[in-house]
Design a protein around this ligand. Structure first.
Ligand code: TRP
Length: 330
């Protein structure tokens, strides 16, 4: 029988996940879990590379993120769901890889200098932050993953992982590490409710676990074509936030919606009502599932413990091979 491909991905436990995380990444993970051997990791050590000063929300954010994952349909029976810091081999492999990773490889990762500039208040001129891509390489290589589902912004990190795999194999005369491929998430671009980029700092987000009445309220607040004054004026869907959402959530009738909008045959209120119905139908099951999970901390903790056990078994095997290749065994 052909071996199932191994898939690895991770998310940092920061704020509550937004609609964009569900559409861009999670729904993809949910599909992958049926056909591949999947490892999905709460990368709390990565969160520490930037948020090392105040770690007080780390545990709560971990719980909340796993709840979001489960609510979206990730199944602990199918995928290995675990927390990075529970599997110590991530730290060990990171250290060993650091021995032969040229500084210049890390310094030239495009996000590195950008982020230091953008997050000036944080002092990211740290050893840990420079090593961010290397820790990510350790995550992926520890499971000898062949495919890494991520967004476009992560491509340089997977590229450096490939280079590190190659360097290890070359230095220690082995073919042990496969070079992982990017499985690019299909992005369906959603603006914030005010038409700008969806971002927590703009206060224009919709969370993936937004309560239905709040979803309705936010849809009613969405900015439509500003040139459209009266209900019967012809509208321009290309500049309308509501239409951008129809594009994603009403695949079967976007064309019709655009048409009646251009002809001034549908008012924005009615168009928003249509969208609100679609969006709540999509999000309500997720919201309900989240409600049921919210109070079950023990259950979430058990899932993470069980996941860590399964991940550890694989990680320990990899490290045996790595130590042997580097003559760290006796
Ligand atoms: N850097 C990734 C992000 O910010 C998170 C991450 C950490 C990751 N380790 C990983 C993603 C390993 C894929 C594989 O989104």
């Amino acid at each position: 029988m052909e071996q199932q491909k191994i898939v690895f991905s991770g998310m940092r436990p920061t704020a509550r996940l937004q609609l964009g995380n569900l559409l861009g990444a999670l729904d993809n993970w949910v599909k992958l879990q049926h056909n591949y051997r999947c490892f999905f990791c709460v990368v709390d050590l990565h969160a520490l590379t930037t948020a090392y000063e105040d770690t007080s929300e780390l545990q709560e954010n971990t719980y909340q993120m796993v709840i979001d994952w489960l609510a979206a349909g990730l199944d602990p029976e199918k995928a290995v769901i675990f927390r990075q810091s529970d599997v110590k081999e991530h730290a060990e492999l990171h250290l060993l890889l650091s021995m032969f990773t040229p500084l210049s490889w890390l310094e030239r990762v495009p996000t590195y200098k950008d982020q230091i500039e953008q997050l000036r208040e944080k002092n990211l001129a740290t050893y840990g932050f420079l090593g961010y891509p290397l820790l990510m390489a350790a995550d992926i290589l520890l499971y000898r993953a062949q495919a890494v589902p991520v967004g476009e912004d992560q491509i340089p990190h997977v590229e450096i992982t490939r280079e590190i795999a190659r360097r290890f194999n070359y230095l220690y005369g082995t073919k042990f590490f496969p070079e992982p491929e990017v499985l690019l998430n299909k992005v369906r671009l959603l603006p914030g409710i005010d038409g700008r980029k969806m971002s927590k700092s703009y206060g224009n987000t919709i969370n993936m676990s937004e309560p239905p009445d709040s979803v309705r309220k936010k849809v009613s607040q969405m900015i439509t074509d500003p040139g459209r004054i009266r209900k019967n004026d012809p509208g321009n869907p290309d500049v309308c936030t509501v239409f951008a959402f129809h594009n994603v959530f009403s695949p079967d009738d976007v064309a019709a919606v655009a048409d009646v909008c251009r002809k001034g045959e549908i008012g924005c209120v009615q168009c928003k009502k249509m969208l609100a119905d679609r969006l709540t139908a999509y999000l309500e099951p997720i919201y309900e599932k989240r409600l049921a999970l919210e109070g079950r901390r023990d259950y979430i903790r058990d899932i993470l413990r069980e996941g860590a056990k399964r991940a550890s078994a694989v990680a320990a095997e990899t490290m045996e091979q790595v130590r042997a290749a580097m003559n760290l065994n006796l």
